[in-house]
Write a protein that binds this ligand. Structure first.
Ligand code: ZN
Length: 164
C-alpha cells in the first residue's frame, strides 16, 4: 500500500468531472487500498479519487475509525438514486482545502447505488454524518469542492483565510 499525495485547491484536477470505471480490476483494488491508507494517514473520513489525481469515479469512506472501530467502505461508480434535497447547513472540512471550515447546505439522507470491489451492485440509504460525507465525496467526483458550494460572500471570506 502506498500513501498518495493529496492535491490541494486550486489544483485544476479538482474541478474536473470524473469518468466511470469500465470494470473492477486489480488496478481498482490497488487504488482503493492506497486511498484508504492515505485516508488513515491524513486523518480524514472520506477521500475521492480526484483528490489523489485519478479522475475516475471512486471514493472511500470510514466515518468511525477515529472512534476505534474501523468500517472502511469503497464506492465505485456511485450514483444518487434520487437527487439530494439540501435542507440543512453544517460545517465541513476538506483534505484538499486544509485549514478551512465551510458551512455547506446538504440533505440529511441520501439514497446511493454503487459497485463494490467484488464487482456487485449495492444500494443503501445513508443518514446523519455518513450522508454529509457521501454528498461531499460525490461533489468531488463532479468537480465541485466546498468553496464552490457556498455563497459568494462566504467564499470570499474563506479564500481570504486560505490564502493568508
Ligand atoms: Zn473534500
Amino acid at each position: 500500500m502506498a500513501i498518495l499525495p493529496i492535491l490541494t485547491w486550486p489544483d485544476d484536477r479538482l474541478v474536473q468531472v470524473c469518468a466511470p470505471f469500465p470494470c473492477v480490476d486489480d488496478g481498482v483494488h490497488k487504488l482503493a487500498q492506497d486511498m484508504l491508507a492515505t485516508l488513515y494517514a491524513t486523518g480524514g473520513r472520506g477521500l475521492a479519487a480526484p483528490q489523489v489525481g485519478d479522475l475516475r469515479q471512486m471514493f472511500v469512506m470510514d466515518v468511525t475509525w477515529k472512534d476505534g472501530a474501523s468500517t472502511p467502505m469503497v464506492f465505485v461508480n456511485p450514483r444518487f438514486r434520487h437527487p439530494p434535497q439540501e435542507t440543512q447547513t453544517g460545517p465541513e472540512q476538506c483534505l484538499s482545502i486544509p485549514g478551512i471550515t465551510a458551512q455547506v447546505r446538504r440533505a440529511t439522507k441520501v439514497d446511493l447505488s454503487w459497485v463494490g470491489l467484488d464487482g456487485e451492485a449495492y444500494f443503501r440509504e445513508f443518514t446523519k454524518f455518513e450522508a454529509i460525507c457521501v454528498q461531499h465525496e460525490m461533489d468531488h467526483l463532479a468537480g465541485i469542492v466546498t468553496l464552490l458550494k457556498v455563497d459568494p460572500q462566504q467564499r470570499e471570506t474563506l479564500e481570504a483565510e486560505y490564502y493568508s
